[in-house]
Design a binder for this molecule. Sequence first.
Ligand code: NAD
Length: 268
Amino acid sequence: MKENILVTGAANGIGAAIAELAITRGHRVLLTDVDEQAVRTRARSLGDRATGHVLDIRDPAAWDKAFDVAEAEFGGVDVLVNNAGIIHTGHAKDLSPQQHRDIVEVNLLGAITGTCTAIERMTAQGYGHIVTVCSMTAFLPLPGYATYSGTKHGLRAFHHSVAIEERDGPLDFTIIHPPTTRTGMLDQEMADPACAIAFAEKSYAPERIAVTVIDAVATKPVEVVFPPLGGRFQRIGGVFPRLMRWVIPLAEAQGLRRRAQLVAARSK
Ligand SMILES: NC(=O)c1ccc[n+]([C@@H]2O[C@H](COP(=O)([O-])OP(=O)(O)OC[C@H]3O[C@@H](n4cnc5c(N)ncnc54)[C@H](O)[C@@H]3O)[C@@H](O)[C@H]2O)c1
């Protein structure tokens, strides 16, 4: 089925890859981003089934406007992909209060506002699918990711709570947890050894994550961890704090070694 999809944070990274694949598969996409110029340029590059529109997900009025634009352009939103997110790198004690606040306002409150707007609009139209792009840090609290991981734990709890609240309504809910993905966010992490644990395991191309997201638009799974097997182990590991205190520093040491190799390879 061809859907009308609203993607947040679609100017770059995973969101841009989701938008591009959705267009390739015949869907119509409203690409939105806080960076208006970048999102309009990205949308223009994808042809006439793509439209670009500014949306700062922290702003409730901007969410209403984005749904109005989608209604005017496409007749409504069938699928919301809550993708936009940010990180400020560093250990918690080194981030400013404003940086902690920024991460919470975008990753958690922004996605909450979007989900609530979508529930109202989609319930009124009688159908809809809310897809949340979360993170494997929703299961594993990681050094260098304290507040980021906190927002992703919170986002997962919010998403599933709402899905249960809305169980008798017409909407579907999916949450997807990408692992380390090669985007601008990972470049930010590369620049700061505090985030070395991101390099402990294999990273994925944003196009690979996009396949999982766009497949989920059709199949509507409740939750997807990534990679399928390793992700299940990580999810279980997050339940045992003593195990985490032992294993995560080992993974961080591995990440520091791999990061050093990557930095050396880049400087050649
Ligand atoms: N890259 C990774 O390793 C990774 C891993 C797991 C989960 N994720 C999650 O995937 C999502 C996309 O991340 P990415 O790696 O593509 O990041 P990215 O930095 O490459 O792109 C994020 C996009 O979001 C936009 N954005 C930032 N603040 C916004 C706001 N207030 N309103 C609207 N748009 C805003 C940015 O302008 C940018 O275009 C995020 O939720 C991130 O937490 C990323």
